[in-house]
Design a protein around this ligand. Structure first.
Ligand code: PXL
Length: 283
């Protein structure tokens, strides 16, 4: 493993609202991971705002990856995709990188929606195509809405019994991924994540606070990616990400900012980096 692991980050750049690349890049950097962005779209604000500009970068993506063909990555972290045409391009990038470096691992956050609704740019056709990418992924991190879309399950809210969450995770595994982490499962006053790996499901939860800040899923997946790239095993990485999200969510609530402005992670980056300080330089 490199002293500073290298991660290709396929996601959009949203100018306002704390999500996607504006979350991924600082989080990975502070965790001692080299984050190499491959932007799928440029938005002035994320799609949760009433007005935003959207520039689709599908036409640039093939050449972008072609110019990376001399590089190899330790991890690929893919999130928000800009169009149906990007699915095949991203899939080919996954395949080429795995050929180049069989140890390369893929974390796919199948960003498609939340709270039972699809994001406005995610057409049903695009959601169907995201399913194709799941079979290439070592780890996927859908929320309940996304897990339901991927498996064709009816969405019935964020409260799931553990046996229901396990069944959902087992259906996700049938799509061919190596492991699945379903995020944001509510159980009474707790919120947690179900990790399905090697035929076993483990649920880890923290105290629940009422909140739906945008970018929460991106922050979770970014910390998870950082911890995995730093060599943590999946269950430990999920715990680290879950505990960090709980800390940041509580802090964000105390600040009373509008939910669409996103989860206020900046004050906590130093703390996150500190958890990984000891081995960062490899000296
Ligand atoms: O947080 C997921 C996300 C990523 N990228 C864009 C979004 C959203 C959620 O709204 O709009 C552009």
């Amino acid at each position: 493993m490199r002293t500073v692991p290298r991660v290709a980050c396929i996601n959009d750049l949203s100018g306002f609202g704390r999500c996607s690349l504006t979350t991924v890049l600082p989080v990975l950097s502070v965790m001692g991971v080299q984050a190499c962005p491959a932007p799928t779209a440029v938005l002035s604000k994320h799609t949760g705002f009433p007005k935003f500009t959207f520039t689709d970068l599908t036409d640039t993506l093939d050449n972008y990856f072609e110019s990376w063909s001399d590089l190899d990555f330790d991890w690929i972290f893919a999130g928000f995709l800009g169009s149906l045409g990007q699915i095949g391009i991203v899939r080919r990038f996954f395949e080429k990188q795995k050929q180049k470096n069989p140890a390369c691992r893929i974390l796919l956050d199948p960003v498609m929606g939340d709270a039972g609704r699809r994001y406005s740019t995610y057409t049903p056709e695009l959601c169907d195509a995201v399913r194709e990418l799941v079979s290439e992924a070592d780890v996927i991190t859908p929320n309940i809405t996304e897990a339901c879309i991927l498996t064709g399950t009816e969405y019935r809210g964020e409260c799931l019994q553990l046996y229901e969450a396990e069944a959902l995770a087992a259906s996700l595994m049938q799509l061919g991924c190596g492991a699945a982490v379903i995020t944001g499962i509510v159980q009474e006053n707790q919120i947690g994540n179900l990790t399905y790996l090697d035929g076993k499901a483990v649920y880890t939860a923290v105290h629940r606070t009422e909140s739906l800040f945008s970018g929460t899923g991106d922050l979770f997946a970014s910390v998870l990616c950082g911890a995995l790239a730093r060599g943590r095993a999946l269950p430990e990485a999920v715990e680290t990400a879950g505990a960090f999200l709980s800390e940041v969510t509580q802090g964000t609530l105390r600040q009373n900012t509008p939910a669409a402005e996103g989860i206020l992670f900046e004050p906590y980056l130093n703390h996150l980096g500190g958890m990984f300080d000891a081995e960062k330089t490899g000296e």
